[in-house]
Design a protein around this ligand. Structure first.
Ligand code: ADP
Ligand code: MG
Length: 702
């Protein structure tokens, strides 16, 4: 057993209770887990500032050395605080504690000198610190706190057992004493030498206890490189497996379904981009390998049409297709529009969702199993065991970021050989993400909107400007246009969250009263029939205003709607805002997106709204989104289950390292595709760590 596998409770300074919290709160169970728990930032404690010199631009954290000159409580109730005055001879500063004051008071002795470390607030030439770290100067002499100090993220519960960032740093020192002579290099010497990397032991030491900025930089580089190399080895191997296995279905025929549709039914000219993607799909499906294609195209670019043509191609070759979409509304809408488009061609289409009634469902399942249905559209309900195809040849997944890896993978098992896969997304994927997350997919892009579309005009209004909004809505409605008004919803299940929507609906009903105006309302609490009816009335132009939660976020298509009002827009993420905006601008009319927000905005919320006003370009927005949120967040939310777990590299910041690691990985695999050569034994181990993580595991499931 390696020392890294030791249970964390045996480490000096930990014990049973802290061990169980470490595992619950941070997933740290072993010595190795702790060793690979890296600081998320560093503070420079080499420099001591003089109070008198401070001014202008300051670092986020600074250190001063000063003597306590006074101490007093101020304020009442919740505002009560302890204020400590200090002086270093060049000037004075205040230290403030709102909580924990009793404890601080006991530590502080007036007249003595302390080292004070924290975030400086400068206001009208006076300097203060809220909740700084303080240490007696004498106490510091015995502790090596100089140099760069790592800051670890901790939690409230851990802080409660003295495992704040400082506490974690303390047990890290104990850990290092234990493991420092037993760290085994994980990369081959050749790779280390060729890429001028720091050896593992030095890298781990400097990541926790940096001896200089330069050594820290090299340590970070080494660890990032190793992580990204492992991921690229896994992705590229996976891709190689897929493209060499000769088990893909063969679609050579372009028959009467495809030609009949193309010749007689197509309601418009395809854009050049749509034609190109259809050609790419056609050539993928005659190689004998499984197609695994990601279709990226901004909202409104016409992805559904491409999917339909691919499904008709499958039907021409005797195969069934299915199209999986994230919401019931979207499933029904696709079903309605696709049925309309293929009418009279003899293509059998059905829709299956969680709320399809038993009798109807039984019929659909039977038709499906006997091969009489060509195209099945549906929600997660398609994944269920009882949904059995006769001969599934193509799976289309719309708005793919809404599905987890596992959900998607289960579709591939619905035939004896893996069907072709087309995943579609309107959330543009920045290049670095595409190389990691989607590294084993071929990517098609629709980079052109259907002709005649006018760019959507986006405006940001504050709640206090609401009258302006109503006036604008009335003018557009008078011109025969329709309006969406969308309210945020955090969790569909919580009643509280509907308050905004209900209040909003009331306001809208007052401002837009019968008989001149009619409103639709659609949200998650309604029955499928009620939702359908609300959507239908709006689509058919019977209602002018659609009041909804973000259930309408994806895919809804009503070309006559020209205004999208997003209420509390500051509560939506950028990609969601962009998706919502994409619901308008689908016809030839000028369309508008109005972002309503409260008067007080955080800096980040303001940046999001400004970006929306400034650009319609989904790609630029997604890169900005990644920057604002950090890639870590992506794994936490929408993309759950699709991202590799990164310990140190960042998808948004380490683009260059990602590309470099990919080149190195592909060079290695070119020489030794299965990594069986003895010199590559360590690399095979590294790859192993990532093969079952992230990505979209198409084709590996047989
Ligand atoms: P998305 O890519 O967001 O899924 P849709 O497939 O919903 O976009 O298409 C948006 C709208 O554009 C639909 O009303 C569709 O009928 C229309 N459309 C698609 N392709 C074209 C085209 N080549 N010319 C004109 N309109 C098109
Ligand atoms: Mg769509």
């Amino acid at each position: 057993m390696s020392v890294l596998d030791y249970d964390i409770k045996f480490l000096a300074g930990v014990g049973e209770k802290r061990a169980s919290l470490l595992s619950k709160e941070l997933g740290i169970c072993t010595f190795g887990d702790l060793l690979y728990y890296f600081p998320f930032r560093y503070v420079d404690r080499t420099r001591v500032f003089r109070i008198g010199e401070l001014g202008g631009e300051l670092p986020a954290y600074i250190q001063i050395r000063a003597r306590v000159t006074g101490m007093a409580y101020e304020g009442e109730g919740r505002k009560r605080r302890l204020r400590v005055a200090v002086s270093d001879g060049s000037g004075i500063a205040d230290l403030v504690w709102f909580s924990g004051a009793k404890w601080v008071e006991k530590q502080i002795e007036p007249g003595r000198e302390y080292v004070i470390f924290g975030r400086p607030n400068v206001f009208r030439n006076s300097l203060s610190f809220v909740h700084p770290e303080i240490d007696l100067v004498e106490a510091l002499v015995n502790r090596p706190t100089g140099g760069l100090q790592g800051v670890y993220s901790s939690t409230e519960k851990l802080t409660g057992v003295q495992l704040s960032s400082k506490g974690i740093a303390r047990i890290m020192v104990n850990l290092w004493e234990h493991v420092k002579d037993r760290i085994v290099e994980t990369l081959p010497q050749r790779i280390i030498a060729e890429n001028d990397l720091m050896p593992l032991r030095d890298a781990l030491y400097n990541i926790h206890f940096p001896q200089s900025q330069e050594l820290l930089r090299r340590a970070e580089y080494r660890l990032k490189f190793e992580e990204l190399l492992g991921i690229q080895l896994a992705i590229l191997s996976r891709r190689a497996t897929r493209t060499t296995a000769a088990d893909g279905f063969y679609f050579p025929r372009v028959g009467e379904f495809f030609n009949g549709f193309y010749g007689e039914k197509l309601p418009f000219q395809l854009t050049e981009a749509q034609k190109r993607v259809v050609r790419e799909i056609r050539s993928d499906t005659v190689t004998g390998h499984q197609m695994n294609r990601l279709l990226q195209g901004d909202v409104g670019s016409g992805k559904t049409m491409v999917a339909l043509m691919a499904m008709l191609l499958a039907a021409d070759n005797g195969f069934q297709s299915c199209m999986m979409v994230p919401t019931e509304i979207l499933a029904r809408q696709h079903f309605a529009s696709i049925s309309r488009m293929v009418e009279g061609l003899g293509v059998n289409v059905a829709v299956l969702t969680g709320s399809t009634r038993k009798k109807e469902r039984d019929t659909i399942l039977e038709e499906l199993a006997y091969g009489r249905l060509h195209i099945l559209i549906g929600t997660h309900a398609l994944i269920e065991e009882r949904v059995k195809f006769d001969n599934l040849g193509l799976v289309v997944i719309d708005e793919q970021h809404r599905f987890g890896v596992e959900q998607r993978a289960r579709m591939w098992t619905k035939n004896s050989r893996p069907p072709h896969v087309l995943v579609m997304t309107a959330t543009p994927i920045p290049r670095t993400l595409a190389m990691t997350l989607y590294g084993d997919l071929d990517v098609s892009v629709i980079d052109e909107l259907p002709p005649g579309r006018k760019p959507i005009i986006t405006r940001h209004l504050y709640d206090s400007q609401r009258m302006k909004l109503f006036g604008f809505m009335r003018r557009e409605i008078a011109r025969g246009r329709q309006v969406y008004v969308v309210y945020p919803l955090i969790k569909e299940s919580e009643k509280m969250d509907y308050k905004d929507l209900y209040d909003g609906f009331e306001t809208m009903s007052r401002e837009f009263p019968l008989p001149d105006y009619r409103l639709s309302v659609v949200h998650g609490k309604l029955s499928p029939e009620e939702k359908d009816e609300g959507m239908r009335a709006f689509r058919d132009g019977e209602t002018q205003v659609m009041v909804a939660t973000s259930v309408i976020e994806v895919g809804v298509d009503v070309p006559n709607a020209t205004v999208m009002v997003i209420e509390s827009a500051e509560r939506f993420g950028l990609s969601q805002l962009h998706q919502l905006r994409g619901r308008v601008g689908r016809g030839g009319e000028q369309s508008y997106c109005i972002l309503m927000s409260g008067d007080k905005l955080s800096r980040e919320a303001r940046a999001r709204l400004d970006a929306m006003v400034e650009t319609n370009d989904g790609f630029r927005l997604s890169e900005l989104d990644l920057k604002l949120r950090g890639a870590g967040d992506i794994s936490g939310t929408q993309q759950s289950g699709t991202v590799f777990e990164l310990k140190i590299a960042s998808l948004s910041k380490d683009a260059a390292v990602i590309e470099y690691a990919r080149r190195v990985a592909s060079g290695i695999l070119a020489e030794d595709p299965s990594l069986t050569m003895p010199v590559n034994a360590l690399l095979a181990r590294l790859r192993e760590k990532y093969v079952n993580q992230g990505g979209v595991d198409f084709g590996m499931i047989s």
